[in-house]
Write a protein that binds this ligand. Structure first.
Ligand SMILES: *[C@@H]1O[C@H](CO)[C@@H](O)[C@H](O)[C@H]1NC(C)=O
Ligand SMILES: *[C@@H]1O[C@H](CO)[C@@H](O)[C@H](O)[C@H]1NC(C)=O
Length: 177
């Protein structure tokens, strides 16, 4: 019995006195960076899901978040395109969907620029590119809101939401670089 308690005490002692290097520095950094963003949970989920987060610095974390936005942009573009066949006989709806596809192509191109800017250390330019991508996304969303005949799926609605959250997160991180 004494041995067991002694072992427990020893374990407790070790847990409390582990040198901080035993805790992965990146985990601490991710928590710190995400904690400062508007949506810490979304931020954590995005960053931790990427293998590169194992040894990412703050710029690396920003790159990962921008990639998460790209992923959302691709999914949104694909899912919006899928609506085209449903509304092919409605000229106005068709126009909205076609325009949204174009807007997302612009957004994706801005996001690629943002990544390039991060690599080159042009943080102001990167910030601007992420912001422009968000404007394109917003412009598409507004078109759908102005055309209530188009029923967007909950997936798409949720996708818009995540896209916006991730953009705010990226902007906040890049602002502080
Ligand atoms: C819908 O848009 C496609 C191009 O994206 C076009 O080929 C088709 O004719 C359009 N349909 C209508 C009804 O405007
Ligand atoms: C796109 O559609 C797929 C399949 O329905 C779904 O799993 C995904 O969450 C959707 N994503 C977005 C952003 O709409």
């Amino acid at each position: 019995m004494f041995m067991v308690s002694a072992a427990i005490v020893l374990v407790m002692f070790l847990l409390n006195h582990l040198p901080s290097t035993f805790v992965r520095a990146d985990d601490k950094l991710i928590r710190q960076v995400c904690h400062n963003s508007e949506a810490p949970t979304t931020c954590n989920q995005c960053v931790k899901a990427d293998k590169r987060s194992d040894n990412a610095n703050t710029v690396g974390i920003a790159k990962i978040v921008v990639d998460c936005i790209k992923f959302q942009a691709n999914n949104l573009q694909t899912n919006i395109s899928a609506l085209a066949s449903i509304y092919k006989d409605d000229v106005a709806a068709n126009r909205t969907i076609t325009q949204c596809q174009k807007l997302f192509s612009h957004a994706k191109s801005d996001l690629n620029t943002a990544t390039q800017d991060l690599k080159n250390g042009n943080y102001d330019a990167s910030d601007k590119s992420v912001f422009n991508a968000l404007l394109y996304q917003n412009s598409c969303k507004t078109q759908f809101e102005n055309n209530p005949k188009i029923k967007i799926t909950p997936h798409i609605y949720y996708g818009f939401n995540i896209f916006e959250k991730l953009s705010q997160i990226a902007l906040r991180i890049i602002d502080r670089l």
